[in-house]
Write a protein that binds this ligand. Sequence first.
Ligand SMILES: C[S@@+](CC[C@H](N)C(=O)[O-])C[C@H]1O[C@@H](n2cnc3c(N)ncnc32)[C@H](O)[C@@H]1O
Length: 283
Amino acid sequence: MPAIIVDLTWDAPLRLLGGLHALVLSGRASWDDLDAALEQDRLPDLAARPIQTNEVRRSWALLPCFLELARRAGSDTLDLIELGPSAGFNLLWDRYLYTYDAGLWGVPDALLELDGEERTPVPAELLELTPQVRRRVGVDLDPVDVTTDEGALRLRSFVWPGQEGRLERLDEAIEAVRREPPKLLRGDLVELLPKLLAERDPEVLTVVFQTAVLGYLPDERWSRVLASLADAGRDGSLAFVWTARPAEDVHGYWGLWLQLWPGNGPELVAHADFHGAWLEWLA
Ligand SMILES: C[S@@+](CC[C@H](N)C(=O)[O-])C[C@H]1O[C@@H](n2cnc3c(N)ncnc32)[C@H](O)[C@@H]1O
């Protein structure tokens, strides 16, 4: 057995599998000859890469939240700030075509079409709203540049063999980013968010959002994010959409939460599958 040395952190098996999958996807190895794959010189470097995923189907669950905010704020223009966007697929949510029970929303000839199971339907009136995204920016510790083959391979290697639908959506999202990449800043969202908020245009509703990032932030750092938002929210024209548990003792799926300033506190508007496969609209 060859000696593959990986740091034995909790994610070591996933990093090793991601490294092997990268070798298979690039034609350098086969799942049918694992011994040979494990001997490959490139494997230790590939297995040292932190796990990176960017699940574009989350946009299908997020879209009604953005529309709901536009409705409540009476805004037909939005500026977006995504916290932890990875490659930025969900920053491009307005470039896709969506199917809901009540109808379609989005760009008819989009590169990517998204749908899912509605456990309670998204209201038809929401889908009539068409707010325009004026600016978009994301801030990530480790943004993935999928305009390069290496960046695309990195994300593809963490979608496991057999998950064909996910891989197909990923490839379409990569093409959408390549057509017009969003601006992604490299840095710590806790540190950069106050500056981004200070620079926002008070005439336009700024929507800050995050999916699947909260788990990376200890409570104290998450509290700093909330404090930055509350500070900036005093000037109004600000909204936040985020994924978190629907309630303290609920596991297994997400709550989608909204907050709009000026206004009331956080509001749970939906339950959703972690990858956006189903949605239960509550608002
Ligand atoms: C599981 S991925 C989720 C990506 C994307 N939001 C999605 O839903 O598909 C978590 C992302 O958060 C980023 N991240 C974690 N901690 C961060 C921090 N303190 N500042 C900026 N980005 C961070 C990671 O680099 C990674 O891209």
